[in-house]
Design a protein around this ligand. Structure first.
Ligand code: ZN
Ligand code: ZN
Ligand code: FE
Length: 749
């Protein structure tokens, strides 16, 4: 007889782990108990040595699919003489980052959903131990019923029986409910409540068939939903949202319907059908309404991930647009009251339910680049899965990210916890969302940061918030250069160490010399960086507002290259300005009025799009480069000349060559090939063997493929992001890692 005490850490709560341990112990005839203690699971098992050995083996090999064991501590104790094996109630302990992400409804639950004999037939909130919302309904840890937004729903006797039956697949499923005891559907019109339950669903389906817009409550917020095949329906949504071009995501009923409208490879289908169920950018077959993603050949596709989505989509003969419901610049709407107040501006009806959402969580977005998934937005389904630090570190800190695509990160227990997508900090509501997120997660996980890391840019809302927070909580403030944080993010994402070169290409970030950077070659390690090269700089006409005006940025490049002569060019781009405008802009350029010096790669791509006549004005972020990406021609082998001398990658000749190009597809492809060759020259002359590709520009699939090809030919090993976005959504991860290095040096650890 022997007794073992085990402590398990990782994704071990809310994934059916205790029931699994219970069944395993029963099978092997072991006695003892299992319980959640803070963020970890504590097990005591007593029995014969060989059975204990089998228990440990099965623990690792047969654990539930959604579970992950990061650490297992085993301690041998003298036998106690337990009479049975029990699941005991949770004990408080130090809660650590141990809450699973939200998981799409599982195949077993789906089968029951459509089984007329099942008591949960057509029940929109069917879940079990392996599926359903987790992160978005946890109010506190450990993940027990009374700590979730399900606490107000009292289990009926049938649910209770399942919950307590070790043989049932809903044994200790904290989200268990049924039509008798669980949440219900409600349908609202502007004039008030219209219907409940099945009738609510039926009327929502009817409205969608009539090309109306319906707001639907999901897992981490509301979607605006409409017929994705109808110009009338999508046009209506665009008009109401005042969103002329930004692509909408489309939800397909199932794989078969999706393949009718999109091309998807095997890894793409695997991603779509994974428990995370992200939006995946796919090549469109052009059969959806043209208004879904104007000017693009891709579509953000996803599959139903809640039982409600399944019920809704199964009644519709068409795929639907399903886009985050929010006012412009504000975070996604999650509460019923807010939805009823705000969403009738866009939707004819609102389909909601009375299971509250604890925290916002937008859909995640993934794109396959060179056959590998690149996360563009890491949110629902991935968060709060922790990421590791590439070195050991005992302290705690907070990193608040940048201004765009904000996400925050906490470091604790040597792990980095990257938050859900907070978004662009352009409105008061968005800044409030940032603050709420920090306080909410701090409380939920019991974080106690001693420092806060922010960007160098003094006017980023995240930087301002970091200062306020530091004053309030007495934290040390660490300011890090934007592109250094990007580079560290990519290094750590690839678990690299030492010194290497990072091609950090993005829109804009404040440099250490006070100018705007964005096309950088950084010699980087976790300790620090040196700017060993950059794109040729130019003056950004209009400063930050240039983001919306690729046409002006293109003109700025021509001013940089041709000075006054640019005014005389007989090129459509130049002629799209009036004489008066041209004179005014040239003056601003010469004098540097609201025209800061920048080396931005993102703005260079904008300018290329404008010169090629592809995009003069951008109504959403990255519109120009997204449209360019659709033009890439793999059969075009020409390349414009780029040179690298004195640490400057010069695009001058390439841009001049573009001026006489009439074929946008050929022009863009030659530009891209030339750029990749120029970058390879730079890497060779700088003498690096390992190269990280990071920054928002590195989401351009053909660019990344060409760079990989050219750099590998030049003998370099190339690393791209894996789990963390290359864009500013991954910034706080880099800030957290670099911040940990600075802190550990200070305490001499
Ligand atoms: Zn399930
Ligand atoms: Zn029930
Ligand atoms: Fe950036």
């Amino acid at each position: 007889m022997k007794r073992l005490r085990l402590y398990l850490k990782g994704a071990v709560q809310g994934v059916g782990f205790r029931p699994f341990v219970y069944r395993l112990a029963l099978k092997l005839g072991l006695k003892g108990f299992v319980l959640n203690e803070g963020g970890r699971v504590l097990v005591e098992v007593e029995g014969k040595e060989e059975d204990l050995r089998a228990f440990l083996k099965a623990l690792k090999e047969e654990k539930p699919s959604a579970a992950r064991i990061d650490a297992l501590e085993v301690e041998e104790l003298p036998p106690f003489g337990y009479g049975s094996f029990k699941i005991l109630t949770s004990r408080e302990g130090s809660p650590s980052v141990a809450l699973p992400p939200d998981a799409a409804v599982c195949p077993d639950c789906l089968r029951e959903l459509y089984d007329p004999k099942n008591r949960r037939y057509r029940y929109p909130f069917i879940t079990c131990t392996v599926c359903g919302p987790r992160y978005t309904l946890a109010l506190a840890l450990p993940f027990d019923r009374e700590n979730t937004t399900m606490k107000h729903f009292r289990m009926c006797p049938d649910c209770k029986r399942e919950y307590e039956d070790p043989a049932d697949r809903r044994f200790h499923a904290q989200t268990i409910s049924c039509p008798r005891c669980g949440p219900k559907l409600y349908l609202y019109g502007p004039e008030g409540l219209k219907a409940e339950g099945e009738e609510a669903l039926r009327l929502a389906v009817k409205a969608l068939k009539e090309n109306r817009v319906v707001a639907v409550k999901g897992v981490g917020g509301f979607h605006l939903v409409c017929n994705a095949l109808s110009d009338e329906a999508v046009g209506l949504l665009r008009k109401r949202k005042r969103r002329p071009h930004k692509p909408f995501a489309v939800m397909f009923k199932d794989e078969k319907q999706l393949l009718n409208y999109c091309r998807a490879s095997k890894p793409e289908l695997t991603l779509l059908k994974s428990p995370a169920a992200p939006i995946v950018l796919l090549k469109s077959k052009g059969k959806l309404s043209k208004l879904v993603a104007p000017g693009l050949d891709t579509v953000g596709a996803f599959l139903p991930y809640t039982p409600l989505h399944h019920l809704l989509l199964s009644e519709l003969p068409f795929p639907v647009v399903a886009t985050s419901a929010n006012l412009s610049g504000e975070p996604i709407v999650k509460d019923d009251e807010e939805a009823l107040k705000k969403l009738f501006a866009f939707a004819d009806l609102i389909l909601l339910h009375d299971r509250p959402i604890a925290r916002r969580c937008d859909d995640s977005v993934v794109k396959l680049v060179g056959g590998k998934p690149l996360v563009l937005r890491r949110s629902r389904g991935f968060v709060p899965e922790p990421l590791e630090l590439p070195f050991s570190f005992k302290g705690e800190l907070l990193a608040v990210g940048g201004q765009q695509k904000n996400a925050v990160a906490f470091v604790k227990d040597g792990k980095v916890f990257l938050s859900h997508h907070v978004g662009d900090l352009e409105t008061e509501a968005a800044v409030r969302h940032l603050e709420e997120t920090v306080y909410d997660l701090k409380k939920l996980f019991g974080f106690r940061p001693s420092a806060v890391v922010c960007d160098l840019h003094p006017r980023y809302e995240s930087t301002r918030f970091a200062r306020r927070l530091a004053d309030k909580l007495g934290l040390k403030v660490i300011r890090l250069q934007h592109h250094f944080a990007h580079a560290v993010s990519c290094m750590a994402d690839n678990r690299l160490s030492g010194e290497l070169l990072a091609l950090t290409w993005d829109g804009t970030g404040l440099g250490t010399d006070g100018t705007i950077w964005g096309g950088e070659f950084l010699k980087v390690s976790y300790e620090g960086f040196e700017r060993v090269g950059s794109f040729r700089s130019f003056r950004l006409l209009g400063g930050e507002s240039a983001v919306k005006e690729p046409r002006k940025t293109a003109l700025a490049l021509l001013f940089e290259l041709l000075k006054r002569e640019a005014l005389e060019l007989e090129h459509p781009l130049v002629r799209s300005f009036s004489e008066a405008e041209l004179k005014l802009l040239y003056k601003a350029y010469e004098k540097g009025v609201n025209a800061p010096v920048c080396s931005s790669a993102g703005r260079l791509f904008d300018a290329v799009a404008a010169i090629l006549g592809v995009c003069y004005e951008a109504s959403y972020e990255a519109q120009a480069p997204s449209m360019l990406e659709a033009l890439f021609d793999p059969d075009e082998k020409g390349a414009y000349p780029f040179s690298f001398t004195g640490g400057v990658l010069d695009w001058g000749e390439a841009v001049l060559a573009l001026l006489s190009e009439r074929d946008p597809s050929r022009g863009f492809t030659r530009f891209l090939r030339g750029l990749a060759k120029g970058a390879a020259e730079a890497v060779k002359s700088l003498g690096f063997k390992r190269v990280c590709l990071t920054g928002g520009v590195m989401q351009n699939a053909p660019l990344v493929s060409l760079l990989r090809e050219e750099l590998e030919r030049a003998g370099a090993e190339v690393f791209v992001h894996e789990r963390v976005p290359a864009n500013d959504g991954g910034l706080s991860y880099g800030q957290a890692v670099a911040g940990a290095v600075i802190l550990s040096k200070e305490v001499g650890a």
